[in-house]
Ligand binder design. Structure first.
Ligand SMILES: Cc1ncc(COP(=O)(O)O)c(C=O)c1O
Length: 434
């Protein structure tokens, strides 16, 4: 063998330009921080990570058990029975015509969103506050992102005028990511606003990725999809993580309008070269969640219980925060609040707190309450907004207590299971006005 060259002076590895500076997702990082503080013996209130507090419904767990022996790779686009069940689930909504062939199953809707941005060209439009991972995914892929700021006074809803302006600044094509109900604000779009946005989207040929992962957790059960207004241009995203409490199962699905089949096929091709397919037992079990023209009774009981618990918690928390001086848009779904402590700016500034990251850090150190700064959701650093995940409680106990309340003729109103979150909110409120 000829003599080998002496080792080079360049470093062993060089990170790709796109991931330089990309950090672990804020929600995941905060979870590690909570565990560390707990191991130091501190009491920590985990209002950081947005994980469902509720258990996976029993019939789904049973179904997973029954399918544990399913060991073969499934088709990349998904188990045919699951694709059919998801299409049927979407067809429960008026104006949605999905068939099995329009559905792409993946290991979480987050992964599918990433794949979508791998295959689509053009600009990503993100109304803020936007879920923490949308912008980093775009950045990892070297995509152009345009934030469109919304306002608390407007219920954090994207306005048609702002969308119109964003579309005139650059040439298309565009992908607008709309999340309804929203993480982080818990607000949802009114049908009028959906129609106005759809009209602008249609005019500029904007594809909408409608992230409806919290749709079933709208408190009044009246979730409506913007796909009803812009069916040819809306991709519907759902999954098991939130309304079925199964984030760790990793199952999501996108449903495409027929005209966007080339997008589905391109994503399927990339998936086939990367993760191959989604876990087989999970897909079989997921059929149980989606199939049928309506939800079975056990699912109705589960979802309605979850909605009642979350609605009560959101209302009580929002009322306490408002009483402390924060501005809070009225939540109507999911498990988040996005208070703005701007009205208390002077008071906080006197304590050396001038921006949201400082606020979250000091709050954690002083009270053990963990939350995320609005900055992680695309808001300006100095804006005193934070996201609170109202999930640090025993969801199974809360569902049981809620069911008992419904039977209680004496009209008791107690739901002791949610007390830890209310205690965290009280600590936060006492701290801001200190
Ligand atoms: C708004 C939103 N979209 C998508 C996801 C990702 O969900 P999945 O577990 O399906 O990847 C989350 C999870 O937190 C979310 O909050």
């Amino acid at each position: 063998m000829r003599p080998l060259p002496k080792p080079p002076d360049h470093p062993l590895v060089r990170l790709s330009h796109n991931v330089d500076g990309v950090e672990t997702s804020a929600t995941i990082a905060i979870q590690d921080r909570a565990s560390q503080l707990r191991s130091e013996g501190r009491r920590v209130f985990k209002l950081g990570l947005g994980q469902s507090p509720f258990p996976v419904p029993g019939p789904m767990v049973e179904s997973l058990r029954a399918h544990a022996g399913e060991k073969d790779y499934l088709p990349t686009a998904g188990l045919p029975a699951l694709r059919a069940a998801i299409a049927q689930y979407h067809r429960r909504k008026p104006g949605i015509q999905a068939e099995a062939q329009d559905v792409l199953v993946g290991p979480g809707s987050k992964e599918l969103l990433f794949l979508l941005q791998v295959v689509l060209d053009g600009q990503v439009l993100l109304p803020t506050p936007a879920w923490v991972s949308y912008a980093p995914q775009a950045r990892i892929l070297g995509r152009r992102t345009r934030y469109i700021h919304t306002r608390a006074e407007d219920g954090w809803q994207l306005s048609p005028e702002a969308l119109d302006r964003a579309c005139t600044e650059h040439d298309g094509p565009y992908l607008l990511v709309l999340n309804d109900p929203s993480n982080p604000t818990g607000t949802s779009y009114s049908p009028e606003r959906q129609r106005e946005i759809a009209a602008v989207a249609r005019a500029y040929g904007v594809v909408i990725l409608s992230d409806e992962i919290y749709g079933e957790l709208r408190f009044d059960g009246q979730h409506r999809s913007i796909a009803e207004d812009w069916p040819e241009g809306t991709i519907l995203s759902t999954g098991l993580s939130k309304w079925c409490g199964a984030g760790g199962w990793r199952l999501g699905a996108f449903t495409f309008p027929r005209g966007l089949q080339p997008v589905l096929r391109a994503m399927e091709a990339v998936a086939s070269e990367t993760y191959t397919t989604t876990s087989a037992p999970i897909q079989y079990a997921a059929v149980t969640a989606f199939e049928g023209d309506t939800f079975p009774d056990w699912m109705v009981t589960y979802i309605e219980g979850a909605r009642r618990v979350l609605a009560r918690l959101a209302a009580q928390s929002a009322a306490r925060l408002r009483a402390a001086g924060a501005q809070v848009a009225e939540p109507d779904g999911a498990f988040y609040l996005f208070p703005d402590f701007g009205p208390l700016r002077q008071r906080l500034a006197a304590r050396g707190i001038h921006d949201a990251p400082q606020l979250c850090e000091q709050l954690l150190l002083d009270t053990g309450v963990m939350c995320l700064p609005g900055q992680a959701f695309g808001r300006p650093r100095e804006e005193l907004t934070v996201r609170l995940s109202l999930v640090d409680f025993d969801g199974a106990a809360a569902l049981a207590q809620d069911a008992a309340l419904a039977q209680d003729a004496a009209g008791s109103d107690a739901l002791p299971a949610i007390a830890p979150v209310l205690e965290a909110i009280d600590r936060l409120c006492a701290w801001v006005v200190r």
